[in-house]
Ligand binder design. Structure first.
Ligand SMILES: *Cc1c(COP(=O)(O)O)cnc(C)c1O
Length: 823
């Protein structure tokens, strides 16, 4: 679907633009994602951290000719052949265009909202309705104020039904989404037990979500949650209600659930005097809830009962993750487990492009792609164009269909008919220094590519959830003043999680500084392309040339180190190099004392090599209310010393003293920056939930490699320490103290999590393996095991060992593969 620029300006009620002949086929909100510059309309959005107007000049150079702005930046005024449509509110303009576009199509549209499960339900409905309809839907979880309009824009003349998700984080947002999506059928997944951040209460949040259904013909929801039932009544939703319940015999749809021992679940929906039965191959509560919603939607849409039953049985899990894993020969692998359709390719390529560095070329391994409304010729030629635009130099196509379209792709491409054919013709040495995006439909089994592509084959992995990092970062950002900067502590290799991916994430989230422990960590970040300011807490034993070249800003904590830096700086011809002055206000570890201040000022003033960028101190007892007197004294000393230092200089010297706990307990001492550490990794330091909803970032996972059954009296492991008191099933796990699993966690002192149950350790933990008791836990070889994460908390392990969570996190050995993912 294309619009002319004059149609667009009519929709926005603006006067006719200067260059009338431009056509628009792409709405662009992210300047990094340009693929069809001449037909793109760029929206210069202003967000908390960024301003789209900054990128206009660069986009014009790339060939973009049409912009929606709130004012025309001076550096581009009057550029020939470029249209600036000036509006009051750029985001509103995007919404207006999306709403107009949506209104051109009188097709059924399903709108999904709720706290959890939206993406899964959307993908399931897609799987279920695909045989009957040509479907347009949100790619991935594009459900925000920006994602929804971009998704709606994909509607075209061939679309027969739409499926869109709507997610909100603030009051008032759903009204906008409702006006754009205009769903005819609404489905509410659930209102989770989580926080109501951004809303006065959970009830308000629920009320806001339900606004999506204002003009629906029909709504589907579970009335077993009293809050949902009440709010539905209060809000007087005029639609037909298909409320369902497993307990209430008066519900419109009475549901019976039958969980079977083989992991499948029977679902019976009784509606209008008829029974509809189906079975799914899942038994977790979220899947069952989604399945019920899907069945009712299908009944409402008039799909025949026997078709519903047959299709429900074939539902497959929905992966939304993008996993980043170290590959062979210095490659990086990005696995995209999302469905293999055309519209999800472009966001995956954007994700890849943002990870590109000078020392790796870009490769894509792609299976046959589902085409929904395009001919395969059109689609593969579009894909070839897209890959070229994103700088992909090597393409490996796997599948009959993509092979047939080989001529569209560049010289450097290779094609195989199946995953087997690829595997039997490939060795790890065919890849080196490449960033490889691996994207395949379910039936291609691309997880098998790990055999040739992955660097470490150890089953034990530390999974790092980058979305959780963003969530925790934003949680803390919302607690501090908008003018306070955040120093993100990524020392000790990101508290064990690995610093590069974290740094990349924090850089794009707008952290003010990164802090590392030693210069080498900073050097690695620079090599990997991190450009934001980095401070080094312990700058001893360094190569000064590298330090200056890498623009790493040292902490200065003594006169010796101060004088050494001035000397070295002079030798390197350095001027005004930013450093951070550490004050000792009570920790008694490193730093200048109050008595040192006059001399410190004099030394700093008598040279021009270094310039104090910030002055800071660290609290010794932030988490001990009984020592708050001591902490108050630290604050007073800090105030006196830092003011005295400031008086010696004309530029503003930044001040910071709070760590995670300090931010929560003493927000009045934020000064210019705060230093966020452990809470960024999702570990609360306050027992009273005052830090809100933090999500654990790291999960240490392994798998069962063997199970044996033994009679009572058998002993397990070294020195016969694990004596069995009953007939037991004992599982062996490939993780030991060399992976960082402390030996004191053996002998039943700790438990791991398998299939929803805790399984205690048995006997001593060995170097590379350990044993756990699975007598009461149904499990088999290959099942996953959580050592710590959501179910077994790091805090619990720290308590058992008489240590602190910091030590648990930083003890995971480097041989454990780190896997990063975004949801
Ligand atoms: C590690 C560290 C922090 C962060 O502390 P958390 O308790 O992890 O938030 C802050 N400041 C300094 C100087 C540190 O070394």
């Amino acid at each position: 679907m294309k619009y002319t620029i004059s149609q667009i300006s009519e929709i926005l009620e603006l006067k006719t633009p200067a260059f009338l002949l431009h056509t628009i086929s792409v709405l662009l909100t992210d300047s990094r994602s340009v693929t069809y510059p001449s037909e793109s309309l760029f929206f210069a959005l202003r967000t908390r951290n960024n301003d789209g107007h900054r990128y206009i000049k660069e986009l014009i150079e790339k060939g973009v000719r049409n912009f929606i702005v709130d004012n025309v930046p001076v550096n581009v005024v009057g550029t020939p052949n470029v249209n600036f449509l000036v509006v009051k509110d750029v985001k509103k303009a995007l919404h207006t265009i999306a709403r107009h576009h949506r209104m051109q199509y009188g097709i059924p549209v399903i709108g999904i909202t709720g706290s959890r499960g939206k993406t899964t339900l959307k993908e399931w409905l897609y799987q279920l309705l695909q045989p009957d309809y040509r479907i347009v839907r949100s790619p991935r979880s594009f459900n925000s104020q920006i994602g929804v309009p971009l998704s709606l824009w994909e509607m075209n003349r061939d679309s027969e039904i739409g499926i869109f998700e709507a997610g909100i984080s603030l009051s008032g947002e759903m009204k906008e989404l409702q006006a754009m999506i205009q769903p005819t059928l609404g489905i509410l997944t659930n209102i989770g037990g989580e926080h109501a951040e951004g809303f006065p209460s959970k009830r308000d949040k629920c009320r806001e979500k339900i606004r999506l259904f204002k003009e629906c013909e029909c709504v589907i929801y579970c009335s077993d949650d009293p809050l949902i039932r009440e709010v539905m009544e209060e809000e007087e939703i005029a639609a037909r209600h298909l409320d369902w319940s497993v307990t209430d015999p008066d519900a419109t749809v009475k549901v019976t659930i039958n969980k079977r021992s083989d992991g499948s679940t029977g679902i019976k929906c009784h509606i209008n005097g008829a029974d509809h039965e189906a079975s799914i191959n899942f038994n977790d509560p979220a899947s069952i809830e989604n399945a019920v919603g899907a069945i009712i939607a299908l009944i409402y849409l008039g799909v025949a009962p026997e078709k519903i039953a047959a299709r429900m049985e074939r539902l497959t899990p929905v992966g939304t993750r993008l996993n980043v894993i170290e590959g062979v020969n210095d490659c990086m692998l990005i696995y995209d487990s999302y469905t293999g359709d055309y519209h999800s390719l472009s966001p995956a390529l954007d994700f890849m492009q943002r990870r590109a560095t000078a020392d790796r070329t870009s490769t894509v391994i792609l299976s046959d792609v589902m085409h929904e409304t395009m001919t395969s010729e059109n689609m593969y030629s579009n894909i070839a164009h897209l890959l070229k635009q994103k700088g992909v130099t090597r393409i490996i196509g796997i599948g009959e269909e993509i092979s047939r379209h080989a001529p569209y792709f560049n010289q450097n491409s290779k094609f195989y008919r199946s995953t087997e054919e690829f595997l039997s013709n490939t060795t790890p040495n065919d890849f080196s220094h490449e960033l490889i995006l691996i994207k395949g439909s379910d039936d291609f089994g691309f997880h098998r590519l790990s055999e040739v592509l992955e660097a470490r084959q150890h089953e034990t992995v530390l999974e790092v959830n980058l979305d959780a990092v963003v969530h925790n970062f934003n949680n803390f950002r919302s607690r501090i003043k908008p003018t306070t900067g955040i120093v993100a502590m990524v020392k000790a290799s990101g508290y064990g999680a690995g610093s590069y991916e974290l740094a990349k994430t924090l850089q794009s989230q707008g952290a003010a500084y990164l802090a590392v422990a030693v210069a080498d960590e900073g050097v690695d970040l620079r090599k990997a392309g991190i450009t934001m300011p980095i401070m080094v807490l312990n700058p001893r034993v360094v190569n000064y040339t590298t330090l200056f070249d890498c623009r790493l800003e040292p902490e200065i904590y003594s006169f010796e180190i101060l004088e050494e830096f001035i000397r070295e700086g002079r030798r390197h011809g350095i001027h005004d190099y930013p450093v951070h002055i550490k004050l000792d206000t009570g920790m008694h570890r490193l730093g200048f004392l109050e008595a040192d201040m006059p001399r410190l000022k004099k030394v700093l003033q008598s040279q021009d090599v270094l310039t104090p960028k910030s002055v800071f101190s660290h609290l010794a007892a932030a988490d001990s209310p009984e020592m708050d007197d001591y902490t108050m004294e630290q604050f007073e000393i800090f105030a006196r010393c830092s003011e005295s230092l400031q008086r010696g200089f004309s530029h503003h010297i930044l001040r910071h003293i709070l760590n995670s706990t300090g931010i929560t307990r003493f927000p009045e001492h934020q000064y210019d920056m705060v230093r966020l550490g452990i809470c960024l990794y999702g570990i609360p330091t306050m027992p009273d939930h005052s830090q809100g909803d933090l999500r654990p970032v790291s999960t240490l996972r392994t798998s069962v490699i063997s199970i044996k059954e033994w009679p009572a009296g058998t002993t397990i492991g070294y020195s016969r320490k694990g004596l069995l008191h009953r007939r037991s099933r004992i599982a062996t796990l490939p993780i030991g103290y060399a992976d960082g699993l402390n030996r004191h966690l053996g002998y039943g002192n700790a438990a791991v999590w398998i299939n929803g149950r805790r399984c205690p350790t048995v006997g001593s933990i060995c170097m590379d393996v350990c044993m756990v008791d699975v007598t009461d836990t149904p499990c088999k070889v290959g099942d996953t095991v959580e050592v710590f994460g959501h179910n077994i908390s790091v805090i619990e392990l720290a308590d058992i060992l008489g240590t602190i969570p910091y030590e648990i996190l930083t003890s995971v050995a480097s041989r454990v593969k780190r896997v990063y993912y975004r949801e």
